[in-house]
Design a protein around this ligand. Structure first.
Ligand SMILES: NC(=O)c1ccc[n+]([C@@H]2O[C@H](COP(=O)([O-])OP(=O)(O)OC[C@H]3O[C@@H](n4cnc5c(N)ncnc54)[C@H](OP(=O)(O)O)[C@@H]3O)[C@@H](O)[C@H]2O)c1
Length: 268
């Protein structure tokens, strides 16, 4: 894990995890365009290329390469933000991943690592961010969940519950932080065009091949707007995605599970 030397400016500061690719990259770019400086994180060294792109948008950027599934990785990110000596006015807890495949076949250590990233790292970083923002009586937190929070997700059986956790965590934290001047928003994207499904080993599923996906740029815009409007959550994507989230409130879990299995089950 590596961080570069912080610098200072009169602009507000935002922290975005998972900013080296996909939805997080687009969110970080929106913050840069909106006049924010950035602390951005990624697991790979792509984060340095991403940081250069955000600098072209006029932001001062501190890239941090760290594995957020590790306790020390989360600490390194927070230390980099603290080292700026500046208030973090917005934080996007977005880094996450899925694992596709039959639960009987998937690797336990890999799944425990997913839980460390998708669940533990969110709680860990939120602890620092929430205390910091509450002390300043100012801040906005965006926590990435998923449409998967609204249904069982067979053949991604550990992933969906990890996003259900982040959804309810965001809603609970929002209620607690209201009186401290801090707003929390949950972002629930539907299937989105990023490397997410390929990285989950789901190329051989309906999600991996030919499924219509939401634009990550649109998803990021909707998340950014909801955050700035102080909304409790946003289902991000096209009208069909938003309609699906609504219908999911009334469908039995067994029905939704069977439908998801059809799309996520690896093809023979
Ligand atoms: N794409 C979808 O269909 C979809 C739908 C609903 C919700 N989501 C959620 O949206 C979030 C972003 O997903 P995405 O679609 O943008 O995926 P993505 O394109 O694969 O990007 C994932 C980001 O998370 C980072 N990351 C992955 N593992 C990490 C680790 N162990 N430590 C630190 N950073 C790590 C990646 O860093 P590197 O690239 O440097 O490895 C990358 O910046 C996730 O939380 C996901 O659950 C995605």
């Amino acid at each position: 894990m590596r961080a570069t030397t912080p610098r200072s400016s009169g602009r507000p500061l935002a922290l975005v995890t998972g900013a080296s690719a996909g939805i997080g990259y687009e969110l970080a770019r929106l913050f840069a365009r909106d006049g924010y400086d950035l602390v951005v994180t990624g697991r790979s060294d792509k984060i340095y290329q991403a940081a250069a792109a955000f600098e072209e948008e006029g932001a001062q950027v501190i890239p941090v390469q760290a594995d957020l599934a590790q306790y020390d990785g989360v600490e390194a990110v927070w230390q980099a933000a603290q080292a700026t000596g500046r208030p973090v006015e917005a934080a996007v807890l977005n880094a996450g991943r899925s694992i596709g495949g039959a639960f009987l076949d998937t690797d336990l250590d890999d799944e425990l690592d997913l839980i460390s990233l998708n669940v533990a790292s969110v709680v860990h970083l939120a602890k620092h961010v929430a205390r910091h923002m509450a002390a300043n009586r100012n801040g906005r937190i965006l926590i990435t969940s998923s449409l998967s929070a609204t249904l069982p997700t067979p053949y991604e059986t550990v992933y969906g519950p990890s996003r259900a956790f982040t959804y309810m965590f965001a809603q609970g934290l929002r209620e607690e932080l209201k009186e401290h001047g801090v707003s929390v928003t949950a972002l629930l994207p539907g299937a989105t065009d990023s490397d997410f499904h390929a990285r989950a080993g789901m190329a051989n599923t309906a999600f991996g091949t030919g499924a219509k996906k939401n634009s990550r740029i649109d998803v990021a815009h909707q998340g950014f707007d909801a955050l700035m409007a102080g909304k409790d959550h946003v289902v991000a994507g096209d009208r069909a995605t938003k309609r699906t989230a609504l219908i999911h409130r009334f469908l039995p879990e067994t029905f939704k599970a069977a439908r998801h299995a059809h799309k996520a089950k690896p093809r023979a």
